[in-house]
Design a protein around this ligand. Structure first.
Ligand SMILES: N[C@@H](CCC(=O)N[C@@H](CS)C(=O)NCC(=O)O)C(=O)O
Length: 218
């Protein structure tokens, strides 16, 4: 093994999913270490992560934190994690950065909780505005560059898909109304083998890691 990736509870840690997907897509030979989240300011995370957050990748002596930085690191090791075409790559980086920096209303009102019963919850006007913007992004990427496959930039699952994967998880939990094209994209992301692996591993996590605040049915 050439290092480790430290992630948080899979049921809840959306940023961990964003970092873990490129690590696995790039085939990095790293141990996976899960730190149960305490619902903010988890003391054990502050001891190992310069930014006080997960995910953190420790690979070949390089310590990388921030999910998007992990995606960039993996993309340097594995071609295909960003689109090959420069215009497509520019768009992929723009929408990935927009996700990394924004959509606060959605993230707060619809926290990732893979197995929560919460269809119909969380639809504030601010959340609906975030969702409309996300659907516009997906439409734009798929309309301009997605013809070759089911993902944002076609056949390859890129860092951009990884950045939006936890949004897909939220949509599957909270079930907001989506266009047919958005639903089809969500289904494609959910069906990816790595997403299946993540959901299965999340289901197997100890019950004692569950956080009632984000498990309560809505
Ligand atoms: N901008 C960071 C956000 C990372 C983040 O907020 N991670 C959460 C877990 S999903 C965390 O570590 N929270 C601290 C805690 O729970 O103590 C990234 O992209 O990696």
């Amino acid at each position: 093994m050439r290092g480790r990736i430290i992630i948080g509870t899979r049921r809840y840690s959306s940023w961990s999913l964003r970092g873990w997907l490129p690590v696995r897509l790039a085939g990095l030979d790293v141990e996976e270490v899960v730190m149960p989240l305490a619902g903010g300011h988890t003391a054990s995370i502050h001891m190992i992560s310069p930014g006080g957050t997960v995910p953190v990748l420790d690979h070949d002596g390089n310590l990388i934190w921030e999910s998007l930085a992990i995606g960039e690191y993996c993309a340097e090791l594995k071609p295909g994690l960003w689109p090959a075409d420069r215009a497509a790559r520019a768009l992929a980086r723009s929408v990935s950065s927009e996700m990394h920096a924004g959509f606060r209303a959605l993230r707060q009102a619809m926290p990732m909780s893979l197995y929560r019963k919460a269809a119909g919850a969380g639809r504030t006007p601010e959340v609906l505005a975030d969702i409309a913007r996300i659907e516009a992004i997906w439409r734009d990427c798929r309309g301009r560059f997605g013809a070759g496959g089911p993902f944002l930039f076609g056949a390859d699952f890129t860092v951009a898909d990884a950045m939006y994967a936890p949004v897909v998880c939220r949509f599957l939990t909270y079930r907001p109304e989506l266009s047919a094209a958005s639903s089809t994209y969500c289904d494609a992301v959910r069906a990816h083998p790595l997403m299946e692996e993540w959901y299965r591993a999340a289901a197997a996590e100890p019950e004692s890691w569950r956080l009632p605040a984000v498990e309560a049915p809505l």
